[in-house]
Write a new protein. Sequence first.
Length: 395
Amino acid sequence: MNEILMIARKELLSVVRERRVLFTTLILPILIMPLLMFGPILLFGSAARQTQESVQKVGVVGVPAAVLEQLRKARVEPVEIAKPQEAVQNREVEAALVFEKDKYTLYGRLSGGATQSALVVEKVQGALRAYKDQLVAERLRARGIGTEVLEPFRLETKDASREQERAAGLFAFLIPYFLVLFIQMGGMPVAVDATAGEKEKGTLEALLAAPVPLIQILLGKGLAVFVMSLLSTLAALTGLLLGGAVFRNLFAAQLRAVQDGENPAQLGGALALDPLGYLSMLLTGVLFALLIIAIMISLGLYARSFKEAQSYMSPLMLVMIIPILFLQFSDFLKLQDWYFTLPFINVVLALDALVKGSATALQLVITWLSTLLFAGMALYLAYRNFQREDVVFRN
């Protein structure tokens, strides 16, 4: 046991001396988590509010005077143009409205996602709906019919989501991704330095020649990687919980303005779990860290150099995108228990279920056992690589 701790201490000290590693592992997660969760909401909300309050130019062709008046009420400046589609493409106007043969055609730049043109299109659509309601009301009154005939009943929609899911907000699916990402980011520098880095420095041969069993060398290096992964993950959670709370308090007014006075705690994402939920999330993260650590040590040992090891481990970041893509469409699928046996996907699904408060005991147990099994297999592969001279001395 002392040998394992000594090896882990050596690996940690070699990385701790690098201030950049400490910053990216411990400080950056605390700073970046609140920005990732609340920054896009504040930026888009501010831009959307400015668009609603300011006046934008909209091209018009053959539009009646009554509609032009509705557009002006919606804080839109109608401008007569000849070629509406080209005017929108060339950004001469934010949108264009054409009236021909009792049909309105609205042009806008809608392919870029959340664009100013899309917001202006919503303005014009609102003005047209108001004009349409006005016409319908006038025609009904002309026939002696009240407008209440258009609303034979009332519809009230209520959110039936669990409390944890409502608290997680719009970015609930990002929380598992962040945790998985920081587990990998925290351990990668140590894993690369402890394997390929030692190859380049020529110290791996001396370590293997020492009277220490290979399994203890592997466990010592793995322990060092695990400590840095755990610290990075705790820093991310600290940023999410403490930093997020500070961020919500500092920008409470701005967050309320984004969604018309809704509770800002529900915006951007926040964890609202009981102690057992936090403990389950921690255990899931620890088991996943063991799996990632074993894989990174195997890849780092196989690499010839520090740079080659980084090139091997970088695709792991891309592999993490696959479970997140699966997670985005999981609501359209009937999740079955065997999904929680799939490597990587099971951890993301379990973390998402924990965040939303929908995880079952069976799903968690399946996730933990399968992840522990995969971690054991990856650890055995790393141990086998340490035994192979063609891998250890591959340079």
